[in-house]
Structures are given as C-alpha cells and as structure tokens.
Write a protein of this length. Structure first.
Length: 281
C-alpha cells in the first residue's frame, strides 16, 4: 500500500505510541493516533500524527473516530488494534466484572473496530487489519488465565477474519509480542495484588507469579522495548505479502516453539519447576 490512513488504538503509551511515532515518519501514511484522553497525544501531534479521541469500550466513541478518519482521509487503510491490558489473578478468585471489562477492551472493542472499518475497506478494494495479540495467545502461565483467554480469542477472531475478507483485497495480520518494557507489567502485578488477599489459598502461587513477572520485565534477555514491536507492525503494514503471524522477541519465539513441541503435560512440568517449594512445585 503506497498511500493509506492508519488508525491506531491505544496510542498514548507503549507499543501504540512507538508505532504512531514510527509510522508517522513513513511516506504515504497519514497516522491517526488515538486514546481515551487525546491530551496524552500532544507529543505525537508534534511528530506528525493526528491525535483523536477513542475509547474502545464506547460504541459512540468508536463510531465517531472511524467517521472522523473517513471524512478527512477516506476509508481507513490500516487499522492497528493495539488497545489492551492484562487482568491477572487466579481463575477462582478474580472478580468476573473485572474480567468483563478486560474483554470489553481486548476482545469486543477490537472486534467492533474491525466491523466499523470493513465497509470502507471493502468499498476501496483494499485494506489491512493488524491485531495485537501476544505470545500469551499461544501459551498460558498461571495467574494469567483470563488475560490469556482474551488473547486466545483475538487469535481465533483473526484467523477467521483473515479468510473471510481475503476476496475483498483486505489482508489481516496477527502480531504476537513477548515481554515488552511498557506499563503492562505494572498493570499485571497491580491487578494480581487486587485479586486476592494474604489469606488466599493461592497466596504462594500469586507471590511466585508476581515475582516472575517483575523479574522477567527486568531481564535484558527476555524483554524488549516497544520500538521492536513498532518495527514489526511497520513491516506488517507495508509488506506486499505479509505473514499471517509475527512473533516478536527471540524469547517469545523460543517459548511458543517450546510449548508447541512439549505439549500440555511437559509444559506443566516445566512450570512446576518454577514453583518449587510451594504446593504447585
């Protein structure tokens, strides 16, 4: 695609912000960087992106944002569905209202954005949809089941969508980052702490899970900066024949490959080694 409008959700920080900065420098792209609070996008405007208010949990907000882009630049050329966060905690103890809020952002908001941009893309006979999943859409860690479930849902929706819209000239891509040095880890440990108290039967599991999240995001080998994902998103947005999936970071590629080769029982055994000294070790 030589000329296109690019609509990015969740661009106030992290991967979305890095992507907006990178694509705003790409010739032929008009980048619309969105967030619930457009005031957080001032620096992106100075870099050439167009700030726009968008809350992916609000139908009115989503419709208004897509209509604004289409009125100014024509059909959305590239949709980057980046908005999302992790609600952590055990399956038994995590409040389901919190889980519903997570799914509203990670799954239903993503799906509705797709629905809103597709008529214009079909009319144009081209378009590209890039959905941000995670290595967590391919494997599961304890105390993260609901977050992983949301990303497994994104994987399924994207696989179906890719086939459904191919005859209309629309390409659909999954980007699956590993650990990225954004505020995601802080959000994950914060929600994990809110899911249960010290009297929880899962207190040991939660403590180990929290320590592993903190240590992993501090690891130079495991974690990568958001710019690494932005580079891959640019590739997915510009390649004439993009891959169906892009796994980002060497560690994520290794873990996804290991989960596929090991199967569920062996992968669980590897997890138990990380929980030695607890009831799960």
């Amino acid at each position: 695609m030589t000329t296109a409008s690019v609509l990015i959700t969740g661009a106030s920080s992290g991967i979305g912000r890095a992507t907006a900065l990178r694509l705003a420098q790409h010739p032929g792209f008009t980048v619309y960087a969105t967030a619930r609070n457009p005031g957080a996008l001032v620096d992106l405007a100075q870099s050439g992106a167009h700030p726009l208010a968008l809350d992916v949990t609000s139908e009115e907000s989503m419709q208004a944002a897509v209509h604004a882009v289409e009125a100014e630049a024509g059909p959305v050329g590239v949709l980057v569905n980046n908005a999302g966060y992790g609600e952590y905690g055990t399956i038994e103890e995590t409040d389901l209202d919190r889980v519903r809020r997570e799914f509203e952002t990670n799954v239903f908001g993503l799906a509705r954005m797709v629905q809103l941009v597709l008529p214009g893309m079909r009319q144009a006979g081209q378009g590209r949809i890039i959905n941000l999943s995670s290595m967590g859409g391919r494997l599961v860690f304890p105390a993260g089941g609901y977050y992983h479930a949301s990303k497994f849902a994104v994987e399924a929706l994207t696989d179906a969508l890719r086939f459904e819209v191919a005859p209309f000239g629309i390409k659909v891509v999954l980007v699956e980052p590993g650990l990225i040095t954004t505020s995601f880890g802080d959000t994950a440990t914060g929600t994990l702490g809110q899911s249960a108290g010290t009297a929880s039967p899962y207190a040991q599991l939660n403590a180990v899970a929290k320590k592993q999240i903190i240590d992993s995001y501090r690891s130079r080998w495991l974690a990568a900066p958001p710019e690494a994902v932005a580079e891959v998103i640019e590739k997915a947005a510009t390649a004439s024949r993009p891959r169906s999936r892009y796994v980002v970071t060497p560690a994520a590629k290794l873990l996804v490959h290991a989960r596929r080769l090991l199967g569920a029982d062996a992968f669980d055994a590897s997890l138990r080694r990380q929980y030695r000294g607890t009831s799960w070790g």
